[in-house]
Write a protein that binds this ligand. Structure first.
Ligand code: ATP
Ligand code: MG
Ligand code: MG
Length: 591
């Protein structure tokens, strides 16, 4: 049915929908929590996925892959994707990050509403009471025990790939003893780290994750949602399957690192179902390869280091691979969605070249972004015969060019208007007093067209004491204006971009480049801080055509010959234009 290229997840979902695998999936738990009551009214024909970020930082491009995947599958198969804050770790989580994540998912174009309008936005911490009850159930059923070995003793006794583990001396405690001890943990009678609750599975299991994993720990820390209600917190591996089950998730999609955890995921849900705490069928976990993108780091911890140490201006610095950074850089939701579709979903570990992302942006903006001329490295040019030809030195000749040369068939082509006068700004590199071989632009005796204006002939230049060119001199060739019958009367080999001195607008232009000089700054134990690109930001004072004076923050343009630019989301203002370079016109990264 789907016109999108298939992948292993789509095949699984299509088979499940055809077989009605999840048809009996009903929310059966009773955590007494209003937050997820909406999941109680499930349509059996629906799939439910979830995106479960930990609110300990801003989302990055890797998360975008997971978002597009989970929300995209739900959208394509008429299901629902939940946004769930995996906030079981009390220490690093903040409201600022919660808000940032909500914004990012919305901005990317997704939401978490049921067809009936119910908002599927959940907090794992709202299930703490249920999780606690699940832990007591496991204890009562003989599936969990309180271990008071030191962390080091537990590490050693767990064994490794070559040898089985050794039972803890606490493993034989009775359920009653364990229950009493666990309640003491909960009631703050034990110090942080003095004991953990462990699942009682198999200390000789070939999968080390099943050698009695810890499921609850003692941690005196204020939680952003539950405050100081708890001094014990569930471990991620215990919490996550419960969260999925309570929300009736059908397909729990995660990255490959969690493959070894899947047996515990299934073990736990089976035990809780035996105890009548959750209903069947259970959510199923599926793993895919995480996104590795060249020239960026995507660990939240490392990104936070860049922010905290002032290496970038913030989480939304346009060089950051965060979603807020990509947004401020000028990336569009459509380009990021296109990128995530294009890279696909597999179980194979691979690197995606950054140029793939840039290519998607170009493809999205090619037919949408208005064209404009800009001079990034301005040099003044004077048309010395202007007064003579136009009857006055102050004469301004109206010019125009299409704003969207490739506008859709039948659509009106918007125009940009600007004027040509006696003085114009040109790019410094468009003049050469002594032209190198094959140079077609301005040099004494040569003619070029001022794009959208007239043909001009270079006559010479002025220089300062240091020998630097301060002004180019030229004459305008009458009756050669673009779009008039005489336009082709004089043949030229080049048309150069320019901005009028009279109506050009001064603007700050931020020329961003990759933040790292190494394609894999985060791989193989490399010190990513030693690989920072010292030239990742160059700020120039440029002149832009007058139409850009009306640009609003986040408006995107193609600056002719230079690439795609965006009016800065934060610092662009009327009278104070600031533009960021998103990407060049061609693939500049595959140098
Ligand atoms: P980081 O290690 O960068 O902090 P994380 O995996 O700890 O990332 P979470 O907030 O737990 O961050 O991630 C939320 C979801 O995003 C998880 O399901 C995770 O698998 C997914 N995710 C994180 N990084 C990537 C990536 N590079 N590619 C694809 N999915 C990712
Ligand atoms: Mg995580
Ligand atoms: Mg992490």
């Amino acid at each position: 049915e789907s016109v999108k290229p298939s992948n292993f997840l789509r095949q699984i979902i299509e088979a499940d929908l055809a077989q009605g695998t999840h048809a009996d999936n009903r929310w059966a738990g009773s955590p007494g929590d209003a937050a997820h009551q909406g999941a109680g009214a499930l349509d059996p024909a629906r799939i439910r996925t979830r995106f479960p970020p930990e609110p300990n930082g801003y989302l990055h491009v890797g998360h975008a892959k997971s978002i597009c995947l989970n929300f995209g599958l739900a959208r394509d198969y008429g299901g629902v994707c939940h946004l769930r804050f995996d906030d079981t770790n009390p220490e690093k989580e903040e409201q600022e990050y919660v808000d940032g994540i909500i914004d990012a998912v919305h901005w990317l174009g997704f939401d978490w509403k049921d067809p009936d309008g119910h908002e599927n936005l959940y907090y794992a911490s709202n299930y703490f009471d249920f999780m606690y009850r699940a832990a007591e159930y496991l204890i009562e059923a003989g599936h969990a025990y309180v271990d008071e070995q030191t962390a080091e003793e537990m590490r050693v006794s767990r064994g490794d790939f070559s040898k089985p583990g050794v039972d803890s001396p606490y493993r034989g405690r009775t359920p009653a003893e364990n229950l009493a001890r666990f309640r003491e943990m909960r009631d703050g009678k034990l110090a942080d780290g003095a004991a953990v609750l462990r699942a009682r599975i198999d200390m000789a299991h070939p999968n080390i994750n099943l050698r009695d994993p810890a499921i609850y720990r003692i941690k005196r820390a204020e939680h952003h949602n539950t405050g100081d209600k708890w001094c014990i917190y569930p471990m991620y591996t215990f919490a996550h399957p419960i969260e999925d089950a309570l929300e009736c998730i059908t397909h729990s999609i995660c990255t490959l690192e969690f493959e070894d955890q899947r047996p515990f995921y299934d073990w736990l849900l089976d035990r809780l179902a035996e105890g009548g705490l959750i209903a069947k069928p259970h959510p199923r976990q599926y793993e895919f390869a995480r996104l590795n993108l060249t020239y960026v780091v995507t660990s939240k911890r490392k990104l936070k280091h860049l922010v905290d140490n002032g290496i970038v201006s913030g989480w939304d610095d346009p060089r950051m691979p965060t979603i807020v950074g990509l947004r401020r850089r000028g990336y569009t939701p459509a380009s990021i969605q296109m990128f995530c579709e294009r890279i696909g979903v597999t179980k194979d570990y691979s690197w995606i070249d950054y140029s793939t992302l840039e290519g998607c942006l170009r493809e999205d903006l090619e037919t949408k972004a208005h064209r404009a001329m800009v001079v990034l490295d301005p040099l003044k040019l004077e048309l010395t015969n202007w007064a003579e030809v136009f009857g006055g030195g102050d004469h301004l000749e109206p010019c125009s060019l299409p704003a969207l040369p490739h506008a859709q068939e039948g659509a009106a082509v918007p125009e940009r208007r600007f004027t040509l006068g006696r003085e114009v700004w040109i790019e410094r590199e468009d003049f050469a007093e002594l032209p190198p071989k094959g140079y077609k632009r301005l040099f004494p005796g040569n003619k070029v067209r001022l794009k959208g204006g007239y043909v001009i002939e270079c006559t010479g230049c002025e220089k300062n004491a240091a020998g630097q060119v301060t002004k180019v001199l030229a004459t305008v060739v009458p009756d050669t204006k673009s779009g008039t019958p005489g336009a082709d009367s004089v043949k030229v080999k080049a048309a150069i971009t320019w901005v009028g001195v009279a109506d050009g607008v001064q603007a700050e232009v931020r020329l961003y480049d990759r933040l790292f000089t190494d394609a894999q700054p985060d791989a193989g134990g490399k010190d990513f801080l030693a690989l920072l690109n010292p030239d990742s930001l160059k700020v120039v004072t440029a002149y832009v055509e007058p139409s850009l004076a009306a640009a609003r923050p986040e408006d995107k343009f193609q600056f002719e010959r230079f690439g795609y630019f965006v009016a800065d989301r934060k610092e662009h203002a009327p009278g104070q234009p600031v533009f960021n370079r998103v990407t060049g016109l061609k693939d500049s990264w595959a140098k």
